[in-house]
Design a protein around this ligand. Structure first.
Ligand code: UDP
Length: 259
């Protein structure tokens, strides 16, 4: 009999940051929610949103819909964490795609959850898989596939065939959010999460910013210096727009709890 999955209702107490509802949560809470979804047969889509994504969603209605309907949208970026405080809310944790992915690998290894990795260039993904298998030898990888496929239908059937519990999609925003949104019903997987450039970092293809830069909110600068041509617009323009809109929101007094 086909299994009918119930959609997990969006978690309460999201915080409004430029019309995007951010879920205050820690890595531990995410891990618990994931284990719960797999156990109970609910589905959750987790988005890690930074300032660039929130700014893009301001104009891109399709992206905005993906964020609205995701069960969890975490604050991935110190600027989002700071904006939330600045708007008069309680402090929340930063939850990034890459760190969440590591927590997920660790928990999955312990609980026997099966993971599918989708995204990045073939050779990059292969290197990432090797690193992951070395670090988490008991982890069950249900499968993996690069992110440059032609047919969504074929990709969905490849993934469905191996029935993973968790699908991590690393195709960069906003492509990955839209792909997940468009395919999550047919995928019918308990946990789907967009992880951006995580496989590039795990493989060693792209270095991660030093911890002091991550903690002081300068990770974006590190990434910008690595790929200025591709990322200048995303970081310089989007971050400026983000700060401007947050200031406007503060003045209008609308940055509080929305659910
Ligand atoms: N990518 C992909 N398919 C595509 C375009 C991009 O799999 O059609 C991958 C790309 O190879 C890289 C990741 O998506 O691994 C993009 O990473 P980026 O740093 O842009 O993501 P972000 O973390 O900023 O969302």
């Amino acid at each position: 009999m086909p299994c009918i999955r119930i959609r997990c209702s969006p978690l309460k107490n999201k915080i409004n940051v430029l019309k995007v509802g951010i879920t205050p949560c820690s890595y531990t809470e995410i891990a618990k929610t994931i284990a719960g979804a797999i156990k109970t047969g609910t589905t959750i889509h987790i988005v890690t949103a930074n300032a660039a994504m929130i700014t893009a969603a301001w104009k891109d209605r399709q992206l905005s819909r993906c964020l609205d309907e995701a069960e969890m949208v975490t604050a991935d970026g110190m600027s989002v964490v700071w904006a939330i405080r600045f708007l008069g809310n309680k402090a929340i944790d930063r939850v990034t795609g890459i760190d969440a992915a590591y927590k997920i690998f660790k928990q999955a290894e312990k609980l026997g959850h099966r993971i599918f990795l989708l995204g990045a260039a073939q050779e990059v993904l292969m290197s990432a898989v090797k690193v992951i298998q070395k670090q988490f030898p008991a982890l069950i990888l249900a499968g993996f596939h690069h992110g440059y496929f032609k047919s969504d239908t074929v990709m969905v059937s490849i993934i469905k065939k191996v029935r993973p519990d968790i699908l991590l999609v690393g195709m960069g925003f906003s492509m990955q959010e839209k792909w997940i949104y468009n395919n999550k019903t047919s995928l019918d997987i308990p946990v789907i999460m967009g992880v951006g450039g995580t496989f590039d970092v795990i493989s060693g293809e792209i270095p991660r910013a030093p911890v002091w830069m991550q903690k002081t909110g300068l990770e974006w600068l590190f990434r910008l210096l690595q790929e200025p041509q591709r990322l200048w617009k995303r970081y310089l323009v989007s971050n400026t727009m983000f700060i401007y809109n947050v200031l406007k929101m503060k003045l209008s007094g609308k940055g509080k709890w929305i659910q």
